[in-house]
Design a binder for this molecule. Structure first.
Ligand code: TYD
Length: 210
């Protein structure tokens, strides 16, 4: 039996990840492909608590380095107790965000540094990386319009346009560094068109021998 594949979705808040993950789930189910859907932060019971600390306590001052460690603590628990054991059983894992978010948000936009965040990510994932990362790329101006009416605001929704521009550039740079793993999908297209592109990418990675 071959190991399951790990597929991560990345993008600025409001780039359409939720919609696309939902469409991909429908497709996987229609193909009778078994998968687990999870997310960072918040994919484990500990992660739910870390997520609460990060996003539901606006009164808490969290330094950039402490924030970076909180996301990595969530990830260490996530990989150790859910992601890696699931892949071992041959089941695929779809995760809403993974360490590329840490590189972009904490490493670049928060200024913690890409090298340090990459090193912490390596520890947290025990050296594993997604088999495929889909980066839904969207102009931050459009992203802003989409996130305004959200029920759950993250720590980053209220950051300025420059912050979001930095994030986008960081993700695009990651994609240039790892072109085999990270695929950039233009998220300004219709949801159907984006979904078709994603299905091709996913089908390709699932068909590869490992
Ligand atoms: P989430 O509710 O998943 O929102 P979105 O729909 O935007 O993905 O929020 C997760 C937030 O946490 C998002 O703003 C990105 C941020 N984040 C980091 O800053 N670092 C990380 O390592 C991860 C995984 C997420």
């Amino acid at each position: 039996m071959s190991r399951g594949r790990l597929i991560s979705f990345e993008g600025l808040d409001g780039a359409g990840k939720t919609t696309q993950i939902h469409l991909l789930e429908q497709w996987l189910t229609s193909q009778q492909i078994v998968y687990v859907h999870t997310r960072e932060p918040g994919g484990t019971p500990l992660g739910v608590e870390i997520r609460r600390l990060l996003f539901h306590h606006p009164e808490l001052v969290i330094t950039p380095l402490a924030e970076a460690f909180l996301f990595q603590a969530d990830r260490a628990q996530h990989f150790n107790t859910l992601v890696l054991p699931t892949l071992e059983t041959g089941t695929h894992v779809i995760t809403d965000r993974c360490f590329d978010s840490s590189i972009a948000y904490q490493g670049v936009a928060r200024g913690v540094g890409v090298e340090l965040v990459s090193y912490l990510s390596l520890l947290a994932t025990q050296g594993h990386a997604p088999d495929l990362t889909i980066f839904l790329d969207l102009d931050p101006a459009i992203v802003h319009e989409r996130t305004d009416g959200r029920a759950e605001h993250t720590r980053f929704d209220r950051e300025n346009a420059q912050f979001h521009q930095k994030l986008r550039e960081a993700f695009l740079k990651q994609a240039c560094t790892y072109p085999e793993r990270i695929k950039v999908v233009n998220a300004a297209q219709t949801p159907e068109r984006i979904h078709q592109e994603i299905v091709l990418l996913v089908a390709d990675v699932l068909s590869r021998e490992i």
